[in-house]
Design a protein around this ligand. Structure first.
Ligand code: NAD
Length: 380
């Protein structure tokens, strides 16, 4: 099959879905690879690097779409990009089908077999294709780097000839994939790191990374775990306890990284304006939940704002794109694994096996039919 990688058209999107390395692997599976000219430029992969790896560089998106059997990209397609595709072609990208109903309908009508990388089931067998986790890991890392860049002090404590410097205190709220990456990064930079999650089972993971789990003094039974390792909304009593603990911590923490999300809902508001007001000037809040409304009251989407008392609040939503070389490599690897599963004979022939839980789960449109939402996976 001919696998073509389109240049991203969304503003501020620097990633690419095919790298010279991932293409070499796809060629070994019997595929041919094509890339739109300039597609890898913002992530450090020149047209020349693609050519050296045996990839055909195609001048524009229209020619590339016409010449490819499979189109790979990062962001969901624009309606005009989707309009260029024809029945029987396969598209693999992030798609977010529940937020893009019109686009999904368009994919169905055009007969484009559509694989949403954000719909890959989060089961062990599919971890190699779990692009959401790959990107969340980078976002968590980059959130700490971005915080450091806006924080005028060291993370680690130092004893210098001029005097003693205390370590920074970092609080991470939400210890899923991004939160754990943020905890790992902050501790490795030498900060004292505290972390909170409503799922008590993450306490051990947090502590094993050298951070301190923030326990609440809560008499009632609260276990914020829901199915699949996700969180459920908190009871009002629990939420009050949580907020009062955060109020207590606000004057002493220098950096807060918030990552708290509940599937299918707006992000819970957890770092409120009065907590920001209680923080020291020069402190930083990085809100990784900005795209879903933000965990912090004062977050502005895709902006950096400074509060009246000098606290920087960062609401960027493009952290993976800010590390485009790394995120493209990992995302291209996730795509390559998906294509490997779609090429069981390693003979360049695509077999879209809808009996396979992972392929079925990720396929949102197939053969002119809507295949979203998928049935629950059989294997956990
Ligand atoms: P997520 O992005 O949905 O949520 C981030 C974190 O916010 C979660 O840990 C959640 O518990 C927490 N949270 C929600 N409300 C909160 C509140 N009020 N206060 C504090 N924290 C709150 O989560 P995610 O990163 O997508 O990961 C979800 C789960 O899926 C994790 O358990 C993860 O280990 C699991 N997972 C499993 C696989 C697999 O292949 N088996 C792959 C990826 C993730």
């Amino acid at each position: 099959m001919k696998i073509g990688s389109l240049k991203e058209t969304t503003e501020r999107e620097a990633r690419v879905a095919l790298t010279p390395d991932s293409a070499r692997q796809l060629i070994k599976l019997g595929h041919e690879c094509l890339v739109e000219s300039g597609a890898g430029a913002k992530s450090g992969f020149s047209d020349e690097a693609y050519r050296s790896a045996g990839i055909v560089v195609v001048e524009d998106a229209v020619a590339l779409s016409a010449a490819s059997d499979v189109l790979v990209k990062v962001r969901p397609p624009q309606p005009d990009e989707l309009d260029r595709l024809f029945a029987g072609q396969t598209l693999i990208s992030f798609f977010y089908p529940s937020q893009n109903e019109r686009l999904l309908q368009q994919a169905v009508e055009r007969g484009v077999n559509t694989i949403a990388m954000d719909m890959v089931p989060r089961i062990s067998r599919a971890q190699k294709m779990d692009a959401l986790s790959s990107m969340a890991n980078i976002a968590g890392y980059r959130a700490v780097i971005e915080a450091g860049n806006n924080f005028g002090r060291f993370f680690t404590g130092q004893v210098t000839a001029a005097g003693k410097v205390p370590p920074a205190k970092v609080l991470v709220i939400g210890a899923g994939v991004a939160g754990l990456a943020a905890i790992g990064t902050a501790t490795s930079l030498g900060a004292i790191t505290l972390a909170f999650d409503v799922r008590p089972e993450v306490a051990e993971q947090i502590e094993s990374m050298g951070a301190e789990f923030v326990y609440l003094d809560f008499a009632g039974q609260q276990d914020g775990s829901a199915s699949g390792g996700y969180a459920a909304p908190s009871s009002p009593e629990f939420r009050e306890k949580q907020l009062s603990k955060f109020r207590e911590l606000a004057p002493e923490v220098d950096i807060v990284i918030t990552t708290a999300l509940i599937p299918g809902r707006d992000a819970p508001k957890l770092w409120l304006a009065d907590m920001v007001a209680a923080m020291k000037p020069g402190s930083v809040v990085v809100d990784l939940a900005a795209e879903r409304g933000g965990n912090c009251d004062l977050t502005r989407l895709d902006e950096k704002v400074i509060s009246d008392n000098g606290v920087t609040i960062i609401g960027y939503t493009d952290f993976p794109s800010r590390m485009a070389a790394q995120s493209s490599s990992l995302y291209a690897m996730n795509i390559r694994h998906m294509l490997a599963d779609l090429t069981p004979g390693k003979d360049g022939k695509l077999v879209h096996n809808m009996d396979d839980d992972v392929i079925r789960g990720a396929t949102v449109a197939f053969d002119g039919s809507l295949t979203f939402p998928p049935p629950p996976p059989k294997v956990q």
